[in-house]
Design a protein around this ligand. Structure first.
Ligand SMILES: CC(C)(COP(=O)(O)OP(=O)(O)OC[C@H]1O[C@@H](n2cnc3c(N)ncnc32)[C@H](O)[C@@H]1OP(=O)(O)O)[C@@H](O)C(=O)NCCC(=O)NCCS
Length: 212
């Protein structure tokens, strides 16, 4: 299946989702790439990564842009030339982008057992360990927390931010579909509005800074 879903979050924000079932060649011949994008893609080791990259360009086209409208700053953060904010994520079979008038972050993660093994490295949130007796809930919540922290990092990418020490996710239930998060780093406290949903075996999170 190609274009999978568009989520109209509100008047300022749209999420686009691509499910990758095409061959590399099909995707490659459906997009036009800048020379430096082509060089970057050719340097990628796995075809799966290349397809994720190309699927992002398919989504850009779906949203009325092309690879020529996209550029990256020195930290690797993507930007759109017309000033709209963009955030990008890819994971195995899916690529996602979000376009917004707000500075926004998105993250897509495959839910897997592995997250339990690394939980103590990135999650100090006590409430999530309360659901440990229910393994499925534990994995689902941990994956949301992981996604929030990746997405916060994409909004405020600064050297020294630790997922465990500086980014906190407030208590939520899976049915809530939203929560809030705090980045407490270098004497600055930044609050975020967090939204999450599940697509097949993946967890999708997007967030933006709370307006003061
Ligand atoms: C940059 C980072 C957030 C990417 O997340 P990821 O889950 O590995 O990969 P995703 O597919 O979700 O996101 C990749 C996209 O993020 C975007 N990105 C990369 N660097 C970025 C940055 N500094 N700021 C914002 N967005 C960035 C890019 O668009 C990239 O895709 P593209 O290059 O194909 O366009 C992540 O690799 C990272 O560095 N995290 C912080 C390090 C850390 O603290 N790790 C865990 C400690 S426990």
């Amino acid at each position: 299946m190609p274009f999978y879903k568009k989520i109209n979050v509100d008047s300022k924000t749209v999420v686009f989702v691509w499910k990758i079932s095409e061959s590399y060649n099909e995707l490659f011949h459906s997009v036009s790439l800048k020379d430096n994008s082509l060089a970057r893609m050719e340097g990628m080791k796995s075809e799966s990564h290349q397809k994720g990259f190309l699927a992002v360009r398919m989504l850009l086209q779906q949203a009325g842009y092309t690879d020529f409208d996209l550029y990256y700053d020195e930290f690797g953060k993507p930007h759109i030339k017309d000033g709209k904010h963009i955030s990008i994520s890819h994971s195995f079979d899916f690529s996602v982008i979000v376009l917004s008038e707000r500075n926004i972050g998105i993250d897509l993660e495959l839910r897997r057992d592995l997250v339990k093994k690394i939980a103590r490295k990135f999650a100090a949130e006590k409430f999530v360990y309360e659901s440990e007796h229910n393994s499925d809930d534990f994995i689902r919540k941990l994956t949301v927390i992981w996604g929030v922290k990746e997405a916060v990092f994409k909004v405020r990418n600064e050297i020294g931010i630790s997922f465990k020490e500086h980014i906190f996710v407030r208590q939520f239930e899976m049915d809530d579909k939203q929560t809030t998060s705090l980045l407490d780093f270098n004497d600055t406290k930044q609050e975020f509005e967090v939204f999450f949903t599940e697509i097949e075996s993946y967890t999708l999170v997007w967030l933006w800074e709370t307006e003061k």
